[in-house]
Design a protein. Sequence first.
Length: 30
Amino acid sequence: MLLEENFCGSSIIVPDLEGPLYLKEDGKRS
């Protein structure tokens, strides 16, 4: 629960353009 809140907070801070890029990079890692 706490991790989800922290992740959501980070997502809000990340810009719209950087958001999808970050998700893509995270997907490549896994």
